[in-house]
Write a protein that binds this ligand. Structure first.
Ligand SMILES: Cc1cc2nc3c(=O)[nH]c(=O)nc-3n(C[C@H](O)[C@H](O)[C@H](O)COP(=O)(O)O)c2cc1C
Ligand code: SF4
Ligand code: SF4
Length: 262
């Protein structure tokens, strides 16, 4: 069975999972979701997987927009098996049931859902992991990824657990949360004099939310809150305007070198 793995990742944890699944499942390709937002629709395969992180107990804004806007344009005829693998640190919250509802609304039955634990990238609340912690998470993640790959290969049917919350409540919660993410992200960052204008943040931002003005980044109002720019700036020049926990997580383990703009 051929696999198309649709991935979103801020700092590389989910990218790592998508890549490992690609290698283990063999006939698989990884396509980054931000690349599909405005481009021509791609052809799907018999098996399609979604791999992305949990943000605020929910799917990232970009993933929701992708399912709502881009999925209706895709030809789903070849798809026989649809799976979801998310990354999280402590709790995925409503991520799986919300994604299942969004997919069901577009005529897709989610056959399987699982998650993998990784270091927490949410620096406003958690200190960035040290090398030993990163190694610990990656070692345990590998076992889980192998298990997930085995289950996917067998086309295991295990859809997400449905919370005893109504669909209306789930959607209301999601709307509110996304608005908060966008609002807070808008005001969150400033750039210090350490910035050398390398433009990496501009190139890697998955939503095109960063523009370079006179050699320095400015932040627009379409932030997904992924914190990729904050963690991956080589000069650590992007800082929060408010007090946060400390440290950066450049995540060398993931070899996440994807850039969306030139
Ligand atoms: C804005 C934000 C919100 C997050 N919220 C949650 C959460 O609700 N639950 C959780 O377990 N982890 C949470 N995390 C941690 C991420 O889900 C986790 O680190 C994930 O593996 C990051 O994947 P990525 O590197 O592919 O972006 C959050 C991270 C960020 C940046
Ligand atoms: S990645 Fe960092 S150093 Fe490079 S332009 Fe952005 S803020 Fe400046
Ligand atoms: S501005 Fe930074 S945090 Fe916001 S989407 Fe772009 S890379 Fe992610």
């Amino acid at each position: 069975m051929n696999h198309t793995i649709l991935c979103f990742s801020g700092t590389g944890n989910s990218y790592h999972v998508a890549n490992r699944l690609r290698v283990i499942l063999e006939n698989a390709r990884v396509v980054m979701i931000p690349d599909l937002m405005d481009d021509e629709p791609i052809e799907l395969t018999e098996a399609v997987g979604l791999v992305f992180p949990t943000y605020y107990f929910l799917p990232p804004v970009t993933v929701v927009e992708f399912i709502e806007r881009v999925f209706p344009k895709l030809d789903l005829t070849p798809v026989r098996y649809f799976y979801l693998v998310t990354t999280k640190n402590l709790s995925g919250g409503w991520t799986h049931p919300i994604t299942e509802i969004l997919l069901r609304d577009r005529g897709i039955a989610l056959g399987y859902a699982s998650s993998v634990r990784f270091p927490n990238t949410y620096i406003p609340a958690f200190t960035a992991p040290n090398i030993m912690q990163i190694e610990f998470y990656y070692k345990h993640a590998e076992k889980k990824i192998l298990k997930i790959a085995r289950e996917i290969r067998k086309e295991t049917i295990r859809p997400p657990f449905r919370f005893p919350l109504t669909r209306f409540m789930l959607e209301k919660r999601m709307e509110r949360r996304f608005e908060q993410v966008k609002q807070s992200a808008r005001a969150s960052f400033r750039v210090t004099s350490a910035c050398d204008g390398c433009e990496l943040c501009f190139r890697i931002c998955p939503t095109g939310n960063i523009e370079m003005v006179y050699g320095k980044p400015i932040f627009l109002s379409d932030c997904s809150g992924c914190l990729g720019c904050y963690h991956r700036c080589p000069k650590e020049a992007i800082v929060f305007t408010r007090r946060v926990s400390s440290g950066r997580y450049p995540n060398h383990e993931a070899h996440f070198d994807k850039e969306y703009r030139e």
